[in-house]
Design a protein around this ligand. Structure first.
Ligand code: HBI
Length: 358
């Protein structure tokens, strides 16, 4: 089938420049997707806050005030826009240049881009990066579902079921560049925990379970909430835990590969959980709460264990059973389901369905 070359405009998250870590999983997703789409011959331009860096992908840096992060707001909060909003400036750029593109794809989890869908001539698609967090955003998502069928994409079934219009979404899962993840033949004793250090990620449960299981814990990720971190340090003064910071993919996979397992303790419906497939790619099994995206990734008894949500004792018991898991099955699953070619196929099919409708 001859692949039509698309001119794609990808609109990034407004919470911070790409490369700062503030954008969480979206940073890696935008990089991987952009590189795979360009490898296939499509034109890709990314619009993001000024100061963004995305490897060899062309990025248009837009000035302005970053958007407050959605997951610290209450669901009934009204939408806010700071003065000189980078989100508003990004979408004004999109409006001015839309004629140069066949499709605009939004990666911001914010009300404005969903609301603007009907104001654009060039079709706008939305990749939704989190589960439902805000009534106002849910309304805007519902409006796109009603007026523009097929324009909503997301990662997992668990994620879209948090919205009232779950069937309106195209499920696109996720992927990573498997070539960047190596296998470490002699893992050490430690467990790994990786994510934005913020209450919804539940780091305290990993610290508590590691203490019960008497195993060291390596903590990786952006220290987003300093007060929360200080609280954890006071609550677990004896923890055999080390914080290694927000690492590059290369350094992350080096540390991950040396760990016996990755522990995921998210309090919320994690839309996907990229770090789970990064671990599998390094042949590291995943122990996770049976909640959200990670619960759709792990194959219990083979590539990891599913634990009743928020049950620290069960988490500790699963840690004792890591040796029953199959490290080579982890890499096989990553190659079968989470490679960049598989991701490119899913997104290309979604884009073509949208353009055939328009
Ligand atoms: N908050 N307001 C807002 N907008 C986003 O795009 C956004 C966010 N918080 C987190 C976030 N994006 C990223 O971490 C996603 O990967 C979830």
């Amino acid at each position: 089938m001859s692949r039509s070359r698309l001119r794609l405009l990808l609109m990034s998250t407004p919470v911070g420049p790409l490369g700062s870590g503030l954008g969480g999983g979206v940073e890696l997703r935008l990089l991987n997707l952009s590189q795979e789409l360009r490898r296939r011959g499509h034109g890709v331009t990314v619009v993001a806050p000024a100061g963004s860096v995305l490897a060899d992908v062309p990025v248009v840096g837009i000035p302005g005030q970053p958007q407050p992060t959605a997951h610290t707001r209450d669901r009934s909060d009204p939408m806010v826009l700071p003065p000189n909003s980078v989100l508003g400036n990004m979408w004004d750029y999109g409006r001015q240049h839309q004629g140069q593109f066949d499709l605009i794809v939004n990666f911001a989890y914010d009300w404005l881009p969903f609301y603007l869908t009907s104001f654009f001539k060039t079709p706008v698609a939305h990749f939704v990066t989190m589960g439902s967090l805000s009534d106002a955003l849910d309304d805007a998502v519902q409006q796109v579902a009603d007026r523009f069928p097929g324009r909503l994409g997301a990662s997992t079934r668990a994620q879209v079921e948090t919205f009232g219009c779950g069937d309106a979404f195209t499920l696109l899962s996720s992927a990573i560049n498997l070539d960047r993840y190596q296998f470490c033949p002699t893992p050490g004793e430690a467990l790994a925990w990786s994510g934005r250090i913020s209450p919804e990620k539940g780091l305290e449960d990993a610290l508590a379970a590691a203490e019960i299981a008497q195993v060291p814990l390596k903590i990786l990720g952006k220290l987003e909430d300093e007060a929360y971190w200080q609280h954890l340090c006071q609550r677990f003064p004896q923890a055999e835990a080390s914080y290694l910071g927000f690492l590059s993919t290369h350094d992350l996979q080096t540390v991950l590969g040396q760990c016996r397992a990755l522990v995921m303790t998210h309090r919320w419906v994690e839309a996907f959980g990229n770090v789970a497939i990064e671990a599998l790619a390094c042949r590291v099994p995943v122990i996770t709460y049976d909640r959200g995206g990670p619960a759709e990734i792990v194959q219990p008894g083979s590539t990891g264990w599913l634990v009743p949500p928020d049950d620290v004792a069960a988490l500790a018991a699963a840690i004792q059973r890591i040796d029953d898991l199959d490290r080579s099955a982890c890499r096989r699953q990553a190659e079968a389901e989470y490679s960049l070619p598989a991701l490119g196929d899913r997104f290309e099919a979604w884009f073509n369905r949208i353009l055939h409708r328009s």
